[in-house]
Design a protein around this ligand. Sequence first.
Ligand SMILES: *[C@@H]1O[C@H](CO)[C@@H](O)[C@H](O)[C@H]1NC(C)=O
Ligand SMILES: *[C@@H]1O[C@H](CO)[C@@H](O)[C@H](O)[C@H]1NC(C)=O
Ligand SMILES: *[C@@H]1O[C@H](CO)[C@@H](O)[C@H](O)[C@H]1NC(C)=O
Ligand SMILES: *[C@@H]1O[C@H](CO)[C@@H](O)[C@H](O)[C@H]1NC(C)=O
Ligand SMILES: *[C@@H]1O[C@H](CO)[C@@H](O)[C@H](O)[C@H]1NC(C)=O
Ligand SMILES: *[C@@H]1O[C@H](CO)[C@@H](O)[C@H](O)[C@H]1NC(C)=O
Ligand SMILES: *[C@@H]1O[C@H](CO)[C@@H](O)[C@H](O)[C@H]1NC(C)=O
Ligand SMILES: *[C@@H]1O[C@H](CO)[C@@H](O)[C@H](O)[C@H]1NC(C)=O
Length: 464
Amino acid sequence: MESKYFILFLLSFYSFIPKISSTTTNVINTNQFITDGDTIVSSGGTFELGFFSPNGSTTRYIGIWYKQILPYVQTIVWVANREKPLTNTSSVVLKVNKPGILALLNDKNETIWSTNTSRSVQNPVAVLLDSGNLVLKDANDDNPENFLWQSFNFPTDTHLPDMKLGKNFKTGIEVYLLAWKNDNDPTPGEYSLHIDPTGYPQGLIRHGARVSARAGPWNGLRWSGAPAPLQTQTSIYTFQFVFNEEEVYYSFSLINNSLLTRLVLTNNGYIQRLTWVDRTKSWHLYLNIPLDTCDTYSLCGAYGSCVIDSSPVCGCLDKFEPKYPQNWQTGDWSQGCVRKTPIDCNKEHGFLKYSGIKLPETNNSQYNKTMTLEGCRQVCSTNCSCTAYSSLDISNGDKGCLFWSGELIDIRELSGRGQDIYIRMDSSDIGKFKQKEDRDSTRGEFLVVGGSDSARPDSVHVHT
Ligand SMILES: *[C@@H]1O[C@H](CO)[C@@H](O)[C@H](O)[C@H]1NC(C)=O
Ligand SMILES: *[C@@H]1O[C@H](CO)[C@@H](O)[C@H](O)[C@H]1NC(C)=O
Ligand SMILES: *[C@@H]1O[C@H](CO)[C@@H](O)[C@H](O)[C@H]1NC(C)=O
Ligand SMILES: *[C@@H]1O[C@H](CO)[C@@H](O)[C@H](O)[C@H]1NC(C)=O
Ligand SMILES: *[C@@H]1O[C@H](CO)[C@@H](O)[C@H](O)[C@H]1NC(C)=O
Ligand SMILES: *[C@@H]1O[C@H](CO)[C@@H](O)[C@H](O)[C@H]1NC(C)=O
Ligand SMILES: *[C@@H]1O[C@H](CO)[C@@H](O)[C@H](O)[C@H]1NC(C)=O
Ligand SMILES: *[C@@H]1O[C@H](CO)[C@@H](O)[C@H](O)[C@H]1NC(C)=O
């Protein structure tokens, strides 16, 4: 013990900067540093930053945890040096250097971990905000746009309230969760959670480079594949999805700051929402995604539809049949289904409405935020590579369009909460539903097109 303090004394003398005082502060400035055992606490007392060891381990990490519930559980929400664990912290310091970086340094002044920035400020400080965001900024500048660096842009496995998960198109920074390797090892694991803007933005869980589960596109109310009870406001939190030219993100906010909730990506690829229950002094599981087998990415292949209360769960969409019936019968559904009647764009064809589904993979989609559903149909029907279309935003009637090209994958049935999609089909498959016929004079084709939706019976999924 004594030698430790002697070294610290030497170090502080040598560096001409004092160790942070024991009085609680939320700031590290260039005149202080912290060592193992010291912490800083956010101004409202919600979060604390310091050194910790995961359970069953003696390695040390810099992390952030909830201060309020520390007497009951140490819940780590962020880890700095997750790829560079320390085995000996006796001469390690965390300090702020000019031009504005926070660095973990050993006794040789070598950097073990640090933040980065492309700018510099006069008086850099690291501040732990009460949101749990650790920011590097000028001491006198509280404008978030001027932050040099913030941990909310580099989360580990936890999405905290007011953190924007997604992508900023101006800075190119993608904010995503990267799971721990296991419960006791914050080393980056195999799973990551993204709001992927490819095509049209979707929530995705990746396992390495592959997609393991997909929330689907945002439909103005929720992710297309979200569980039923989700609304933009629950009794605990509100959430929002923003997608414009500058950024795309998903975030949530607490209604009452004294009720804690967080989203975690577990090391085995689940997204869990946990809420703190004061009565039991523990975290309770509020939501667990993937929900079930049908959330397994593309389980039933192209034009296959997963129905959780059927056995087997995979079937083909109505008017489709297994591409390889023998493989299909053995439970190998991955090659999916094909139309019973192939379509030929030079012949009569149109769009058949399928209802109650989770919209398919949108990574190859195009969209328009302002068009009407009728406009979507017109655009899609004049372009043979457009396979299907749907309304983009159902929060207030139908607004905008999503257009698919190529095969439709990762469809599931969601009774009572699914959406409508209109799939290009041969006229013989639509004939009995047709409401109105249009002659497209410019192309000399006869198109069978969808009429008023209300008059049209919803198709049903048929399991083959
Ligand atoms: C270690 O496990 C105990 C008991 O489960 C828990 O209270 C504590 O918060 C855990 N610590 C960390 C750092 O995970
Ligand atoms: C930790 O490092 C210090 C100096 O850097 C050294 O004196 C001490 O013996 C080390 N402790 C262990 C357990 O290795
Ligand atoms: C440690 O390194 C920083 C830059 O990384 C430098 O500014 C500082 O002077 C160095 N301190 C010592 C004691 O060498
Ligand atoms: C900081 O480092 C991260 C990776 O650790 C990198 O993605 C980012 O572009 C860097 N930012 C700056 C400003 O250099
Ligand atoms: C927030 O929750 C706390 C604890 O449940 C309660 O005492 C307080 O009245 C709530 N505040 C508001 C504004 O609802
Ligand atoms: C879209 O996803 C499919 C299936 O996961 C993949 O084969 C394809 O390469 C992806 N396309 C793009 C543009 O990301
Ligand atoms: C969406 O459609 C409207 C009406 O057809 C059109 O004016 C607008 O340019 C389209 N927007 C995009 C981004 O294609
Ligand atoms: C037809 O649709 C495809 C795929 O959606 C798109 O790449 C192409 O630009 C469209 N062609 C026209 C003429 O709109």
